[in-house]
Design a protein around this ligand. Structure first.
Ligand code: T1G
Length: 687
């Protein structure tokens, strides 16, 4: 098998070319090839060396698929020391994204040039890791402590212009990168410019208190994650210890992270997210429909956010409302959201104005006749949705995709309201739709393959993470949320307080506890959904009584200033409300429940295992293609901790037999039907 690394002598410049699709990851073969090429260049007639990549990007990091396997030499840190030790100047020529070990390779080189479209970054922290090939020691020496900490603890890449400003790259080039890099190498060699080792640079001045301020900020922002705080220790070592000693600490802490369950979980999510974008059985070359214009029905919170998602990706949107007042209100929400993004520095004034200009309002469905995609985002009234789809069927051009943003309704029933059910699909956005990354793509029984493929690929274009779901009540996310909320409500009526349930779940890692989520989503929403169900479909009355009482009192949550908690009008801060505790005790007594102290561990297990058990059913029924899809849904849509990898990965990590035993125990204690173990759980646990 030929090496993915070529070495050619171009006049007096040695050119090392890496060609290892799709992203030139530093696999063993690439490392070996680089090692051989650098060694060859040391002894040939070359006067300088260029490292450049073929394909769509410079090295995008170590090969993540090799993690967890026995390491093969040359190891990356040693290879990069060889590159830095080269007697001849080494130039890294960057295009696409130089990430992780890729940027570290460039930092070990003596000079760096980049195309103006390039981006560089150290995203290891998103994998529960830290830069493990000298990045924590070389970057502070080149770009300073603050920039180094920001790049490594955020994991967010920066554009080439910013990298130039920070001294990470030395030159921005345009046009033919390889040619420009070779020309520059000639210049350097001709100008007698020798090697310039990053490890020998001195860290620019810095404020020593920076490390503690980052530690406290990260303790909040990356609650419970180990990699961010190890990154701070490594960067601090770069300012206090000789390079070699700093490298030693980096290696030690890198291996700690690599072996941690957190990194295993986050690496699982990396691949699960990419797998989720693939539809089993759908040919890769399924033709896609062109989506150059979009219509959105309903200018409420969801409709406005959905319109912004498309406008932010440069796709013009027509926002439809029933009358001018409603339209003006809808557009004012969009205005406010863009103003807020500018205020937070997320968007420049110009960019916001440009996106805003792509959103047009109308009250006339005829303005949708040429739209390629129309998304209905009105409130959850099944009859209203059917009426809208019948109108769209009459107005929209053949080949237009008709989508519903329903959170739980039957997409097949909605599709049947048209003569073109093959063009109907569910696109379930999450609130706020212009921020939340998750998009549940709901495949109806008659949804055409090209409609599905188009929407999965479109999701990436509007910077969403797509996960396909089959049709069932609540699809993947909201269906699993029902038993999760059921257990939260039962823990309340059996003895816990709202604060105890939320604190237990947030300490475990959930972004927000279930009771606060109920107040945020609106207690009236769940109440109306229950009222729309038949009595026997509403499930255990003990699990909704308190919420029903609050809803009937007009306590809908944050939006009314009171729900399970009371909310401060100005700060929106929540506080416990003794009146709610009285209601819980009264309703418990009405059910004849003797309330007891419930340990936090039991609260966590009941809620998380309820999720897992329902997740098993969803996989078994084929509603989700694979367990990893469920993990992506919960991490991107429901604030499940990334460091635990999602509910299904978490169950695997602690052992399905242990989960099964606990579910059986709960079945014994809390009810045969609610806690009936999913057949797939029984099967896998017994194996
Ligand atoms: N290793 C192995 N496979 C990778 C990979 C990597 N680093 N990066 C991408 N792939 C695969 C991916 O699974 C997919 O495969 C295909 O490439 C296309 O990816 C020592 C420890 C580069 C911005 O974290 O962020 O270096 O699904 O669909 O949207 O300090 O990939 O087609 O079979 O994402 O155009 C640090 C990870 C590693 C960057 C391109 N590097 N990659 O995005 O394509 S740790 C990263 C990305 C490290 C050192 C440490 C993105 C991308 P498949 P894609 P994309």
């Amino acid at each position: 098998m030929s090496s993915p690394v070529r070495y050619t002598l171009n006049d007096k410049i040695g050119v090392i070319t890496i060609d290892f699709p799709p992203v030139n990851a530093l696999s063993h073969a690439v490392r070996q090839g680089l090692h051989d090429a650098i060694a060859a260049a040391q002894v040939d007639a070359s006067e300088a060396i260029v490292i450049v990549c073929d394909g769509r990007t410079f090295i995008a990091g170590a090969d993540i698929t090799e993690f967890g396997k026995p390491p093969q030499k040359p190891l990356l840190p040693d290879l990069l020391d060889e590159i830095e030790a080269s007697a001849k100047p080494v130039i890294a020529a960057i295009h696409g994204t130089a990430l992780g070990g890729g940027l570290e390779t460039a930092l070990a080189a003596h000079y760096r040039c980049a195309l103006d479209t390039a981006r560089v970054g150290l995203p290891e922290v998103k994998l529960g890791l830290l830069p493990g090939a000298g990045g924590t020691q070389r970057l502070p020496r080149l770009a300073g402590v603050t920039a180094a900490l920001d790049l490594m603890t955020s994991g967010t890449p920066i554009p080439a212009a910013k990298a130039l400003e920070l001294g990470i790259v030395d030159r921005i080039v345009a046009g033919d990168l390889r040619h420009a890099a070779i020309a520059w190498a000639c210049e350097l060699a001709g100008g007698g410019k020798g090697v310039r080792r990053s490890s020998e640079q001195v860290v620019p001045d810095f404020d020593p208190s920076i490390f503690d301020s980052y530690r406290s900020a990260l303790a909040k922002r990356a609650k419970g994650q180990i990699a961010p705080r190890h990154i701070v220790s490594c960067v601090q070592a770069a300012t206090e210890r000789p390079f070699a000693e700093g490298l030693k600490l980096e290696r030690e802490l890198f291996l700690k992270c690599l072996e941690s369950p957190q990194s295993v979980a986050m690496r699982h999510l990396f691949f699960a997210e990419r797998q989720a974008a693939k539809i089993d059985g759908l040919p890769k070359d399924t033709p896609l429909r062109a989506i150059d214009s979009v219509g959105v029905i309903g200018g409420g919170t969801m409709g406005g956010g959905i319109a912004m998602s498309f406008a932010n990706a440069g796709i013009p949107v027509t926002l439809i409302e029933i009358n001018d007042d409603a339209l003006a209100h809808g557009l004012s929400i969009v205005e406010k959201n863009y103003a807020a993004s500018v205020k937070r520095g997320k968007l420049s004034e110009d960019a916001a104005a440009e996106c805003r200009s792509l959103i047009k309002g109308s009250t006339d469905y005829a303005d949708l006749e040429n739209a390629d995609l129309v998304i209905e985002a009105v409130f959850e009234d099944p009859e209203l949705k059917k009426t809208i789809f019948a109108r769209l069927d009459a107005v929209c051009k053949p080949g237009a995709i008709l989508a519903t943003n329903t959170s739980y309704q039957d997409v097949n029933v909605i599709a049947a309201a048209t003569r073109r059910p093959g063009d109907v699909i569910g696109l379930h956005f999450f609130s706020p739709a212009n921020i939340m990354k998750l998009l549940e793509v709901v495949r109806g029984d008659k949804t055409a393959d090209d409609v599905l493929a188009t929407c999965m690929s479109l999701a990436k274009k509007i910077r969403k993470v797509p996960v396909m779901s089959g049709v069932c009540y609540g699809f993947i996310g909201n269906r699993m949320l029902q038993p999760y909320f059921r257990e939260a409500q039962l823990c309340l009526i059996e003895g816990a307080t709202p604060a105890q349930v939320d604190t237990a779940m947030e300490a475990w890692g959930m972004a927000m506890g279930p009771i606060r989520v109920a107040d945020l989503a609106g207690i009236d929403v769940g109440y109306k959904a229950r009222q729309a169900l038949l009595e026997e479909e509403r499930g255990d009355p003990r699990a909704s009584r308190v919420a029903d009482v609050l809803a009937e009192m007009g306590r809908f949550g944050q939006k009314t200033g009171a729900g399970f908690y009371r909310y401060d009008k100005a700060t929106r801060r929540h506080e416990s409300d003794p009146e709610v505790l009285e209601i819980i005790e009264r309703e418990a007594a009405a059910f004849g429940i003797e309330r007891r102290d419930i340990p936090d561990e039991e609260i966590v297990d009941r809620l998380i295992y309820a999720l897992v058990n329902e997740g098993m059913r969803i996989v078994d029924e084929g509603i989700a293609q694979r367990p990893g899809d469920i993990d992506v849904v919960y991490v991107y849509g429901y604030g499940f901790p990334v460091a635990r990898g999602g509910p299904m990965h978490f169950a695997d990590a602690i052992g399905l037999d242990k989960v099964y035993q606990r579910v059986l125990e709960f079945q014994e204690r809390f009810g045969a039907e609610a806690w009936a173990p999913a057949p797939l759980l029984v099967k896998l646990a017994s194996r």
